[in-house]
Design a protein around this ligand. Structure first.
Ligand code: APR
Ligand code: PHB
Length: 389
């Protein structure tokens, strides 16, 4: 089999890249190691920047998001027993949309299927080969038979644990990482959200976040020790702890119910540089990871896909390598600013082992400054809604 762009991974990065390339008439094939249901079954965050929604529209996959997504113009920061609203829209002119990553993935899968594009699911032992030459290839095993796909370029959209970054010579790549000393215990419940906007809470007992999937389905998180196991958190313990970390009004108005999903996720910041290795390009979680505090993971996958699709369009339409030569630096510039913002939100809102009394005062001073300074609030807003592409 031959294609122009061999995409490894059918998550948001790979699927969006595939559709963006299709709109430019650039042939591409996706190789995914799991089944579509497995990919859709992964519970992930659900906050889209306006730029991400615009890209879904660009590939004709945005209709359901506009119909079912919840447009938000602000968030709330809770600390010291009170909630403070941060207006996202007034200083930035932009909004964000609550719409689950699972729904984004499903919409992109349906768009790909409708376009009749080739996706090879349950592709095992996928391996990028000779990407440092002008004749890259990808080998894989499907139904026990080994296949080889020749291509012009390889897009490694295979996430943090994928094969693409792992196939790069260690001396050719630099990585930057911070692992946070806590996890997020998340719960999904068929209950109406406690507030119509997200609440990010800094509390001495630990961080908490109130978010949602719809007006009938809520998503809540509490910071927990990394060594905790979800079995240690029966629903009633979770709800009690969440209430203790919220302001009284939210605690009183919280509607609890049985969890339909409950899991603990570790938090890390990670960036690999560069994001290009000869004829292989990394995009999304394959190249970078952010703590979910800033809701940037899916949105960075989208901006990477946008930059990479533009670069390939220039290569094929304008016979120019300027785009592919500039991709890594361009993508990393936006990535690092989102990594900084996610680190800043995480540092301001969570209890760290070494926070101590001085650190707690610094956090409260930071929060006090953000909620009482138009400039500081505007800075949070422009990062939260997404910096320009
Ligand atoms: N071969 C083929 N496919 C692979 C391989 C492999 N060796 N390794 C991983 N994959 C697939 C995974 O099964 C997954 O479907 O690549 C896909 C990567 O998808 P994501 O991990 O979702 O990464 P990305 O598309 O970059 O999206 C980033 O997803 O995980 C969230 O929080 C993250 O919101 C962010 C978004
Ligand atoms: C979510 O809806 O899961 C979510 C929203 C915002 C975040 C993190 C997670 O910062």
């Amino acid at each position: 089999m031959r294609t122009k762009i061999a995409i490894i991974g059918a998550g948001p990065a790979g699927l969006l890249l595939g559709q963006l390339l299709h709109t430019c008439g650039i042939d591409n094939v996706i190789l995914e190691r799991h089944t579509p249901d497995y990919v859709l079954g992964r519970i992930r965050a659900g906050l889209l920047e306006g730029g991400t929604v615009a890209l879904l529209d660009e590939v004709g996959a945005g209709e359901r998001a506009h119909r079912e997504g919840l447009v938000h113009e602000g968030i709330e920061l809770a600390f010291g027993g009170e909630r403070h609203r941060i207006d996202l829209h007034r200083p930035s002119g932009k909004t964000v949309m609550i719409y689950g990553q699972t729904e984004v993935t499903l919409d992109l899968m349906n768009a790909r299927r409708a376009a009749g594009l080739t996706s090879i699911y349950e592709a095992e032992h996928v391996k990028p080969i000779d990407f440092d030459t002008d004749h890259p290839r990808v080998s894989y095993v499907k139904d026990g038979i080994t296949h080889e796909m020749t291509c012009d370029f390889i897009a490694g959209c295979d996430g943090f644990h994928g094969v693409s970054r792992a196939s790069v010579e260690p001396t050719a790549i630099a990585t930057y990482e911070r692992i946070y000393p806590f996890g997020w215990l998340g719960i999904l419940s068929e209950t109406p959200p406690v507030s119509h906007e997200l609440i990010y809470s800094n509390h001495a007992r630990g961080f908490a976040l109130c978010t949602m999937r719809s007006t009938k389905r809520s998503r809540y998180y509490v910071q927990c020790p990394l060594e905790d196991h979800v079995d240690q958190w029966p629903d009633d313990r979770f709800w009690d702890e969440l209430k203790r970390r919220l302001d009284q009004k939210a605690a009183d108005e919280l509607i609890i119910g049985p969890s339909i999903e409950k899991s603990i996720a570790p938090l890390r910041s990670f960036v690999a540089e560069p994001m290009r290795f000869g004829r292989m390009f990394l995009a999304g979680d394959a190249a970078h990871i952010v703590p979910p505090t800033g809701a940037k993971g899916l949105n960075l996958a989208a901006s990477d896909a946008h930059y990479l699709a533009q670069a390939f369009r220039e290569y094929y339409d304008e016979k120019s390598t300027a785009g592919i030569d500039a991709y890594s630096a361009k993508a990393l510039s936006r990535v690092w600013k989102a990594v900084r913002f996610s680190w800043w939100m995480t540092s301001m809102l969570h209890q760290f082992p070494d926070t101590g009394t001085f650190g707690a005062r610094i956090q409260l001073a930071e929060l006090d400054y953000v909620v009482n300074s138009a400039a500081a609030a505007a800075s949070l807003a422009e990062n939260y809604v997404g910096l320009p592409y």
